[in-house]
Design a protein. Structure first.
Length: 170
């Protein structure tokens, strides 16, 4: 019982404080970073509309795996399982979640009209913790980069700083 309460507290505190969560919907090969708002015991997300974040694999009633990173160091803190619940536009729960999300939405072009646009064109979902915390992995989970013709820059030439310093003096 105590372990379950500690897991629940860890999930809630870590998710509240993190600006992004990594969510992998059922059947998706990889997790996707999503901005969210923690509201009444669940992470709420909005998306799948024009100008909003995509929500692939997050079907109503499905499940998802949510990974929360440390705000300070960026490392994985906890991974938890969630049930995905779609909120119906205009419902009391939808209004409360949208009020919370609206305050966290950055760079919105339509300001006060945003909730109406979300009701028409987007989905608002609650990711409700199921109580399951996934154990942290032992190994490295870094994925190989996608092949690309792009290259990295080479090292700065040793005498470059002297050239730049000479130009500034004259």
């Amino acid at each position: 019982m105590t372990s379950e309460l500690l897991d629940q507290a860890l999930v809630e505190e870590a998710t509240k404080k993190s600006g992004l969560i990594w969510v992998r919907g059922a059947g998706e090969p990889a997790a996707r970073a999503l901005w969210h708002a923690w509201h009444e015991g669940a992470a709420c997300v909005v998306g799948d509309g024009p100008g909003e974040q995509p929500l692939p694999g997050l079907a109503e009633g499905g499940s998802a795996e949510v990974t929360v990173r440390s705000k300070d160091k960026g490392g994985r803190l906890v991974t938890w399982t969630a049930t995905v619940v779609r909120l119906e536009p205009g419902s009391e729960r939808w209004e409360a979640a949208v009020a919370e999300l609206k305050g966290k939405r950055l760079n919105a072009s339509d300001g006060e009209a945003m909730p109406a646009r979300w009701a028409r064109e987007c989905r608002v979902l609650r990711l409700e913790p199921t109580g399951g915390v996934v154990p942290l992995p032992d190994g490295d989970l870094a994925a190989r980069p996608v092949p690309s013709p792009a290259t990295t820059r080479e090292a700065v030439p040793a005498g470059l700083h002297r050239l730049l310093l000479r130009r500034r003096k004259s």
